[in-house]
Write a protein that binds this ligand. Structure first.
Ligand SMILES: [Zn+2]
Length: 235
């Protein structure tokens, strides 16, 4: 493995790596990984650390919060080098190869390869939410106004639709969608939530089909504030 792969800035500097990951994870809209609130955070004095403005939250986070890179002292650009090597090798990369290619200690290389293998098995940088019978709430919210649309009162067609997944006692993720349809919502739910979870949604007809894939699905009647059991639990 040659080091010439690593000429790009995000492999060379921690700052560039952070910007690269922020663009990848959030694009232009930063999402609080604790409560799922979109675009309501501000940078703190610590580089790469943001604070959520949501009243009930106010927590700090960074681009690595709730990801496999969380709470490690390994530099972000080294994480990206390791991801690159492991994702581009068909035969797999041993901890020893990683140790030599990245110039890190064997112990660090071992840690990197285990965390990254875990992430790749689970399908991404973010491990699935829920699991073990945990409850994940799914919510559609409408924020702001779409570019080029006139200001109108009422209705939601002129607004941005955000799908937010909130794990009880855990993390939250938000996704921009064009419209809340089965085609747009179901893949996000399947990709981000462990099948061993119970889904909690509203009574919209977009959820029963995808809900059947999970350990359980409860639908909340928002108007009556009542929980209505749609699907029998499988266990
Ligand atoms: Zn928050």
């Amino acid at each position: 493995m040659s080091k010439s792969h690593f000429n790009a800035a995000h492999f060379q500097s921690v700052e560039a790596a952070r910007e690269y990951l922020e663009a990848l994870r959030w694009g232009s809209e930063r999402v609080c990984p604790h409560c799922g609130t979109v675009n309501e955070s501000f940078p703190t004095r610590k580089p790469g650390v943001y604070r959520c403005r949501a009243k009930e939250c106010r927590k700090d986070f960074s681009v690595t919060t709730k990801s496999v890179m969380e709470s490690s002292h390994i530099k972000l650009n080294v994480w990206l080098q390791a991801f690159y090597l492991m994702a581009s090798s068909k035969k797999g990369v041993s901890s020893h190869q990683l140790h030599r290619a990245l110039g890190v200690t064997y112990k660090t290389a071992w840690f990197l390869s285990h965390r990254i293998r875990e992430a790749m098995r689970e399908g991404g940088l973010m491990p699935p939410m829920g699991g073990g019978g945990g409850v994940v709430e799914v919510d559609e919210t409408y924020i702001g106004r779409l570019k080029g649309q006139p200001v109108r009162r009422g209705g939601s067609t002129h607004k941005n639709t955000v799908l937010t997944l909130v794990e009880r006692g855990g993390s939250a993720r938000s996704f921009h969608i064009d419209t809340a349809t089965i085609a747009q919502v179901a893949p996000i739910i399947r990709e981000n939530i462990s099948r061993e979870s119970r889904l909690m949604t509203d009574e919209s007809n977009i959820y029963p089909e995808v809900g059947a894939d999970f350990a359980g699905h409860d639908a909340v009647n928002h108007s009556e504030k009542q929980y209505v059991r749609y699907w029998k639990s499988y266990r």
